[in-house]
Design a protein around this ligand. Structure first.
Ligand code: HEC
Ligand code: HEC
Length: 294
């Protein structure tokens, strides 16, 4: 009798301790952190927020992004209090991702793909935030962007936002399958594929009337291919399995290897997605409107 009581009490204690350690403020449940890591990789946060030449500390920022408007230099998003976002609240983070605004209300430049990330669900944003807290803090002061007047005026982004930013959270289409909806969410929001594969207007907004039709001048001024099911301009000749294998190992159906800006996307993001998620992306991409071009 005494023995079973002791076992019972031990069980209760272990349960209580487990609950308490999960409930400690600031320490998220391991499963939430894992979910956050998955989103972090799928969304490619590390690539843009880590300097490449010379190689910088992870998430300390300093990567230069060349655009027609000038050079953007990514900020430090590690949890350092002084130079990173260590002093931010979760609400500050959600506002940045969903509204494209800093804690003091300033508008972010769309070189930060918040127009896509805005679609992320509350759950995924909470998980991403929890994961970011677990990254090592890096001390590195932010560098100013090198953007010419008038494009450097954040206030003017008010007009850009009226034209190109709707900020709505992804809502599944009840007419479509779960697989299609998961693919749409991954492509349009988390994976922000359209940020490169959709052509832009002169003001740098995504032309949604030609979604995924490719761009003659994408990142670094290089051509980005059409990924709509158009034949022969897009990937209409690819089977869903071709799309899945390309995204998992970077090998094109003709046996060639991926190059340019897509190398990083495959290495850091899509090759780390589950096969189920890659199938969802293939399902969605096979169904989008066909466009010729770029
Ligand atoms: C294509 C490159 C790119 C990707 C991918 C990217 N960012 Fe950024 N991010 C930027 C740029 C550029 C800025 C600066 C925007 C500005 O100054 O207006 C920025 C700003 C931010 C800020 C605001 C920091 C501050 O100090 O105000 C946060 C937070 C942020 N990014 C988080 C993320 C997260 C989380 C991810 C992944 C989900 C991510 N970013 C992916 C380019 C990127
Ligand atoms: C940073 C910009 C960028 C992002 C983000 C991006 N791509 Fe790409 N993608 C490219 C470039 C550039 C190429 C051409 C690569 C080459 O030259 O080998 C490419 C090639 C491809 C191809 C091969 C097309 C062909 O005809 O060869 C597919 C399929 C593709 N991307 C799908 C995606 C999907 C799905 C996503 C989102 C998960 C995505 N891309 C995100 C820039 C990007």
């Amino acid at each position: 009798m005494q023995d079973s009581n002791a076992v019972f009490l031990n069980g209760i204690c272990a349960l209580l301790m487990a609950t308490l350690s999960w409930a400690t403020p600031g320490v998220a449940a391991p499963s939430l952190i894992e979910q956050g890591e998955y989103i972090f990789n799928a969304a490619g946060c590390a690539g843009c927020h880590t300097a490449v030449k010379p190689k910088g500390a992870p998430l300390a920022g300093g990567r230069e992004l060349k655009t027609p408007f000038g050079v953007f230099v990514t900020p430090n998003i590690s949890p350092d209090r002084e130079t990173g976002i260590g002093g931010w609240s979760k609400a500050d983070f959600v506002r940045a991702m969903r509204e494209g605004r800093s804690p003091d209300g300033a508008y972010y430049f769309p070189a930060f793909p918040f127009a896509s990330y805005a679609g992320m669900t509350n759950d995924d944003l909470a998980a991403l935030w929890a994961y970011l807290q677990t990254r090592p803090a890096q001390v590195r002061a932010n560098r100013a962007h090198e953007i010419a007047f008038p494009f450097n005026q954040r206030r003017l982004l008010f007009f850009w936002r009226l034209l190109y930013f709707d900020g709505t959270t992804f809502a599944p289409d009840p007419e479509k399958s779960d697989l299609w909806n998961r693919g749409a969410y991954l492509v349009r929001s988390i994976g922000h594929c359209g940020e490169c594969h959709t052509p832009r207007t002169l003001l740098g907004g995504m032309r949604l009337d030609r979604e995924f039709a490719g761009a003659a001048k994408g990142p670094e001024g290089k051509r980005v291919p059409n990924i709509t099911p158009h034949k022969p301009k897009g990937i209409g000749a690819w089977s869903p399995q071709d799309i899945v294998s390309f995204l998992s190992d970077g090998v094109l159906p003709d046996g060639d290897f991926v190059g340019g800006a897509m190398t990083e996307v495959v290495d850091n993001s899509t090759s780390r997605m589950t096969k189920g998620d890659l199938r969802a992306i293939a399902e969605f991409l096979s169904s989008v409107p066909k466009h010729a071009g770029p």
